[in-house]
Design a protein around this ligand. Sequence first.
Ligand SMILES: Cc1cc2nc3c(=O)[nH]c(=O)nc-3n(C[C@H](O)[C@H](O)[C@H](O)COP(=O)(O)OP(=O)(O)OC[C@H]3O[C@@H](n4cnc5c(N)ncnc54)[C@H](O)[C@@H]3O)c2cc1C
Length: 499
Amino acid sequence: MTAPDLIIIGSGMGGATLAAALAPGGRRILILERGERLAPTPAARDAKAIFARGTFRPSEEWLDGDGQPFNPGNYYYVGGNSKFYGAVLIRYRAEDFRPRRHMGGMSPGWPIGYDQMEPFYSRAEAMYRVRGASGEDPTDPPRSAAYGYPPVPDEPDIADLRRRLAGVGLHPASLPLGVDINRWLAAGQTPWDAFPDTCGGKMDAETVGLAEALKHPNVTLLTGARATRLIAGPDGRITGVEVDRAGRREVIAAPLVALAAGAVQSAALLLASATAEHPAGLANRSDQVGRNFMNHNCSAVLALHPFRRNRAIYQKTLMVNDFYLTGGPEGEPLGNIQLLGKISGPILAAATPLPRLLAHWIAARSVDLYAMSEDLPNPESRVTLANGRIRLDWKRSNWAAHQALVARLAGLLRKAGYPVVLSRPFDRRTPSHQCGTARMGADPATSVVDDRCRSHDHPNLFVVDASVLPTSAAVNPALTVAALALRAADHIRTIEVAA
Ligand SMILES: Cc1cc2nc3c(=O)[nH]c(=O)nc-3n(C[C@H](O)[C@H](O)[C@H](O)COP(=O)(O)OP(=O)(O)OC[C@H]3O[C@@H](n4cnc5c(N)ncnc54)[C@H](O)[C@@H]3O)c2cc1C
C-alpha cells in the first residue's frame, strides 16, 4: 500500500462521510476500521437473535461508574453504529445552537450558529437521500433546499395515530428518514430500527458514505484494523497511528489524521495515547477529553387500547415536537417524541420482566413511542481508562424535564384513545446517542477541537465523530455528525500536504 495522505480511524457516520467528501480530490485516504462488513444472515432479521441473544453485540466489557463490568450496545462493523440505527436523519433545531435554560441547568450552545451549519445539513440530507416533508413541524429550522424525496408513508394504524394526536391539539410531523422502504421490506417484514442493515435498505455510513468514497481508487478500507494509539512528534504534529491487525502491531504514518471511532472509543484512544510529553493523553491540554459525555434521556412509551390491534410492521414514521422548545413549568424545553421501530413480542420480552404471553399480547396492540430529552454537558460525566479498560461514568442530567415530557405524553395519549400507557427508561448500557467527549469550542482552555473539528493541540489532527458535539440537543445525532464531517472536509481540502 502506498503511504496515505490521510488516515481516517473509523468507518461510521463521521469517518465515512468525511471520506466521501474528500475522495474526489485525489488524496490517498486510508480508512482503518476495527470491524468487518456485516453479511446477510437470518439473524439480521430475527428479533430474538438481536434483542435477546445479543448476536451482534461486541464481546468486550466496559466498567460503569461503580466499577461494575457491562457489555455495551456499541457496534463495531463497517459503517459503525449507523448499521443499526433508526435512520432518523434530523437537523438540530436553530435554537439548539444557542444557550438555553433547561429544568436541569443551562445548555451552553455552540461556537457556531445554525446558519453556519445549514448548508452542510442540506448537503448531508442530499447525500443520505433523506425523505421528509417540510412545513409540518412547528420547530423546523429554515432550510435552503427542500427534501429531495417524499416521506416514508404511514402504515394505516399509524395514520390513525397521527389523526388522534392531531385531534388532541398536537402537531405530528413526518420523521425525516434515510430508508428505502421497499428495499428494506423486500428483504424481510421487520422494522429497521436497531436491526442491522444487510440489504442496503438504510442510507447508512456503509451504503452511502463509504460506497461513495470507495468508488475512487485513491481510497482504501482496511477492516480488522484497530487503532491502538496515536503518536505525536516533538513539534506536536501527529506522525502516525499504531494499528493492531489480528494481534500484529504496526505504525502507519500520514501527514493528516482524522479520528472517527465514535464518542467513547475516540476519547479512549486519545487517553490511551498518553506519553511523558502528554501525560493526560493527546489533544487534551484542556483536560476535556472524555468529559461531558452525553447520551440523551430516553424512555419507551407504549400506548394501547385492549380492543385495538396495531398491525404496523415498521411504524417509525412520525414525530411530535410540541414540547421541544417549551412545556416545562417555566417554559423550559422538554424534548422530542418520535415513534420507535415496531416493538414485537420477542423485543418486549427481552427488554422487560413481563411474561412472554403478556409481552406478545401488549406488543400486538401497542403503538410504541420514544421520548427523548436533552442531556446537559457535565465535566464529571466521563470516559476514563482504568488499567486500560474503558470506564463510562455517565451522570444523567435534566431528568426532571424528561419525566415531565413522559408525563405530558402519557396524558395526551390517554386523551387520544389509548387508555393504557406504559413507560420505561432506556437501558443505561446502550450508549446509542453518545456524544460530547471531545467537545468543540473556540477556547483551547475549555475545548478539544475548534469549529472545523481540528484539535487545538495538534494541527494535523481532526476529530469528526459524535464526540465533538458540544450539546446533545434532543434529536438524533447522525445527521449533525455527517454535516460536521462535510464542514471539516471543506477545511481539510485547503490544507497542503507534502507530495
Ligand atoms: C440502535 C441504534 C439506533 C440509532 N438510531 C439513530 C437514528 O435513528 N438517528 C440518528 O441520528 N442516530 C441514531 N443512532 C446513533 C448513530 O448511529 C450515531 O450517532 C452515529 O453512528 C455516530 O457516528 P460516529 O461516526 O460518531 O460513530 P460510529 O458511526 O459508531 O462509527 C465509529 C466507527 O469506528 C470504529 N472504531 C471504533 N474504535 C476503533 C478503533 N480503535 N480503530 C478502528 N476503528 C474503530 C467502529 O467500529 C465504527 O465503525 C442510533 C444508534 C444505535 C446503536
